[in-house]
Design a protein. Structure first.
Length: 349
């Protein structure tokens, strides 16, 4: 029998590859009834012949594209994080066994899945990642230039803003020990930094423009500590938020809840898990740190709560706790149309 002809499976598991895809089909009882291997150009043709079924795959590059294609055909697609598939791999590991494990994992009623994103959300997340990469490249260049200058006894202050003010003066100062060759190389590096500054500014303006045109982003920006970057990054990563049952699930997905190591009657809570989207978590923590320092607590509903935390906790714990609370408020605003953060005055005891 031709292996590439559908055999009426109820669930398919797909192990993704660059050019070759391994597919395993299970019947309603979970027994394997088909194993097949396809190239990229024939995989979609195979699923066009399949009646509407559940298709599972691991979360990896290419999974979102294939998921959108399969959903357009009417299939139900479930994307499983790779760490949740590993327990279902039996004995040795190969691509077919991985596909079988994926098919078995998606049948579990308590399994957690990755949401299928729209192309707009993927584009928005790409803008954030490109901007973040540009900032990292600028930081590396600045650190390299500062290191070169220190080799000649020229100390440049830390920070991108003061760096751009100090370096031209150091290059123009003929009284320092910089050699002509080093001055030329540093000038070239400074031109690279200026080009990166221009690209970063353009990317920031683009994100701010998107935030200004999106209703959910504007409502998210009513929350203390969330600006255009945080609002659009949340929307790109979370979407409509319906994959989370409650607000705490979003905070847990962002890694802002304590790690637990408990047994018997002994409960031990450790530091935060740091799971999930590291970029969004970083933006929320930075925004929360700014609020802890600058928020007018006499005119915000979070004021009394923050004062109580600061009286008994280290400021870093207060910052993370506020970031987790901000994530919970953000979930409510994302999932409830028209909801905004109300800056009510704190209740007077």
């Amino acid at each position: 029998m031709n292996r590439t002809v559908p055999r009426g499976a109820a669930i398919y598991g797909v192990d993704l590859g660059k050019n070759v895809f391994h597919v395993v089909g299970l019947d309603a009882d979970g027994a394997v009834i088909q194993r097949a291997k396809f190239r990229r150009e024939t995989l979609l043709a195979f699923f066009e012949q399949v009646s509407k079924v559940i298709v599972g795959m691991e979360a990896c590059p290419g999974s979102q594209w294939l998921a959108r294609k399969l959903e357009a055909m009417g299939h139900r697609v479930r994307i499983v994080p790779a760490q949740f598939v590993k327990p279902y791999v039996k004995s040795h590991k190969n691509d077919t066994i991985d596909a079988e494990a994926i098919a078995e994992a998606v049948t579990r009623p308590t399994m957690r899945f990755t949401r299928v994103r729209t192309t707009d959300e993927v584009d928005l997340q790409a803008r954030h990642r490109i901007r973040d990469q540009l900032i990292s490249s600028r930081t590396r260049l600045i650190n390299q230039v500062r290191g070169f200058c220190l080799e000649y006894g020229v100390a440049i202050r830390q920070g991108a803003g003061v760096f751009c003010r100090d370096l031209p003066g150091a290059l123009a100062d003929e009284g320092n020990d910089l050699t002509p060759a080093m001055r030329r190389m540093l000038a070239e590096l400074y031109e690279d930094i200026e080009r990166l500054d221009t690209r970063i500014a353009a990317a920031t303006r683009e994100v701010e423009g998107l935030a200004a045109r999106d209703d959910r982003a504007r409502r998210l920006m009513t929350i203390p500590g969330i600006g255009p970057l945080g609002a659009t990054a949340l929307l790109a990563g979370v979407g409509d938020g319906t994959q989370f049952r409650r607000a705490r699930d979003l905070a847990a997905w962002l890694g802002l809840v304590p790690r637990q190591s408990s047994t018997g009657c002994r409960t031990v809570l450790l530091g935060i898990t740091k799971r999930g989207n590291r970029y969004v978590r970083r933006l929320l923590v930075h925004g929360a740190r700014s609020c802890v320092t600058h928020l007018d607590r006499s005119r915000d509903r979070l004021g009394n709560w923050l004062d109580g935390l600061c009286a008994r906790m280290h400021v870093n714990k207060v910052t993370v706790a506020l970031a987790a609370k901000v994530a919970r408020v953000a979930w409510v605003i994302i999932t409830k149309p028209g909801a905004t953060y109300e800056r009510r005055d704190p209740a007077v005891a």
